[in-house]
Design a protein around this ligand. Structure first.
Ligand SMILES: [Zn+2]
Length: 348
C-alpha cells in the first residue's frame, strides 16, 4: 500500500499491489498512478519497519485479515513500535473491515469515519490526511446520492411489477371464471331436471312389463304346489308352465329392448354423460379460481416485500448507512451510482 497520485484524476489515493486495484474515484488502474513524494507535515510511516509493512500488505492482499499471524496481528505489533503512524492504523482499519483496498470500504455502506481505527489514523495522518478525508467525503457523497435516488428506484421497481395491470387481469380472469361457473351450474340443474323426467317416463313405460312379469310369476308359483290327480291334468299344467315361461322370456326381452331403445332411456344415458362432463368442467373452473386467488396473493406478497425492503433501506439511510439501499438497488444500479457520484465529484 502506497500513497500515489492517480495519473488520470490527479487525486491522492492508496495504491495496492493486487492487479485488480483501481483508483476508487476514476476507475483508472493504479499501475498507471504516479508515486508521490512525501511532502512536509510528517511522514505517515515514521519508524515503521519496512519488512513488517511489506508482510502486512502481503497479508491484506491475500485476504488474511484477522488473527495474530495475519494483517491485524502484524499491524498491532508494528504499532507497538511506531504508535504515531497513521498508515499503520489505516492498515489495521482495512484488516478489521476485511477488505483489501480502500474502494471496498465504501461498499460497506457505513460511514468510514465511524470505522475502527479511522480516528487514530486521522490523528497521525501527516501527509496522508487528504487520502483519508477524501474517502470519508466520498462516503458522504454516496450517502447523499443514495438518499436522493432511492425514491426513484422504488417507483421503478413497483412499476416494473405492474401491480395494477396484474391485479386487473387477475380480477378479469376471476370474473370470467365465476360467469363460466354460473353457466355450468345452470346446465347442471337442467341436466338433473332432464334426468328426473326421463327416469319418470321410463319407469311408467317399464311398469307395464313389470306388472305382466309379476303376474306370470304368481301363476307359476300357484302351479308349483297343486295336488295333481291325473296325468292329463299334470301334462296340462306342465304345458301351461312352459307357455308361461315363454311369455315371461318374451316380456323380459321386451323390457331389455325398452331399456335400450325407449327415448327416455336414451335421453337418460345422454344426460348422464353430459352431467359427468359438466362436473368435470366445474372442477376445472374451481381449480382455476384457486390458482387465480393464489396468484393474487403472491402478487400482494411481492409488493409487500418490495415495500418492506425499501422501508429498511430508508431507515438505514437515516443512520448514514447505505448498505440496504445497495441491496434494493442491485449490483448494476449501485455500480452506476458509484461511478457517477465518485467521478461526478471530479468534475464538480
Ligand atoms: Zn483516479
Amino acid at each position: 500500500m502506497r500513497i500515489v497520485t492517480c495519473g488520470q484524476c490527479q487525486k491522492m489515493i492508496h495504491a495496492f499491489d493486487h492487479p485488480s486495484d483501481a483508483c476508487l474515484f476514476c476507475g483508472a488502474a493504479t499501475s498507471s498512478a504516479i508515486p508521490r513524494e512525501a511532502p512536509s507535515g510528517g511522514p505517515p510511516l515514521a519508524h515503521a519497519d519496512p519488512a513488517l509493512l511489506e508482510a502486512i500488505d502481503q497479508a491484506i492482499g491475500k485476504g488474511q485479515f484477522l488473527g495474530e499471524k495475519a494483517a491485524k496481528g502484524m499491524a498491532l505489533e508494528a504499532l507497538e513500535r511506531a504508535p504515531l503512524c497513521g498508515e499503520l492504523y489505516w492498515r489495521l482499519l482495512l484488516a478489521d473491515c476485511q477488505v483489501n483496498m480502500d474502494a471496498k470500504l465504501l461498499h460497506i455502506g457505513r460511514p468510514v469515519s465511524e470505522m475502527p481505527g479511522f480516528m487514530s489514523a486521522m490523528r497521525h495522518a501527516g501527509h496522508a490526511e487528504p487520502v483519508y478525508t477524501a474517502i470519508d467525503d466520498a462516503h458522504e457523497r454516496l450517502h447523499k446520492a443514495f438518499s436522493a435516488t432511492l425514491p426513484g428506484w422504488e417507483r421503478e421497481d413497483i412499476q416494473a411489477q405492474k401491480p395494477k395491470e396484474h391485479l386487473t387481469a387477475l380480477s378479469a380472469q376471476l370474473q370470467e371464471a365465476v360467469a363460466e361457473s354460473r353457466k355450468w351450474h345452470a346446465a347442471l340443474d337442467e341436466a338433473e331436471k332432464g334426468l328426473e323426467e326421463a327416469s319418470r317416463d321410463f319407469w311408467v313405460a317399464a311398469g307395464e312389463y313389470r306388472a305382466a312379469l309379476e303376474q306370470i310369476h304368481q301363476y307359476a308359483e300357484a302351479l308349483e304346489t297343486p295336488e295333481m290327480i291325473s296325468e292329463e291334468e299334470a301334462q296340462k299344467g306342465a304345458d301351461y308352465l312352459e307357455r308361461l315361461q315363454k311369455s315371461a322370456d318374451s316380456q323380459m326381452q321386451s323390457l331389455e329392448r325398452l331399456k335400450r331403445e325407449h327415448p327416455s332411456a336414451v335421453i337418460f344415458g345422454e344426460l348422464t354423460r353430459e352431467k359427468a362432463e359438466i362436473i368435470s368442467r366445474l372442477t376445472e373452473i374451481a381449480s382455476r379460481m384457486d390458482q387465480i386467488k393464489a396468484n393474487a396473493a403472491a402478487e400482494a406478497d411481492k409488493m409487500d416485500r418490495i415495500a418492506a425492503n425499501y422501508a429498511r433501506a430508508r431507515a438505514a439511510l437515516e443512520d448514514k448507512d447505505y448498505s440496504q439501499a445497495m441491496m434494493v438497488a442491485g449490483a448494476q444500479r449501485t455500480a452506476a451510482l458509484f461511478a457517477s457520484t465518485l467521478r461526478g465529484d471530479l468534475n464538480g
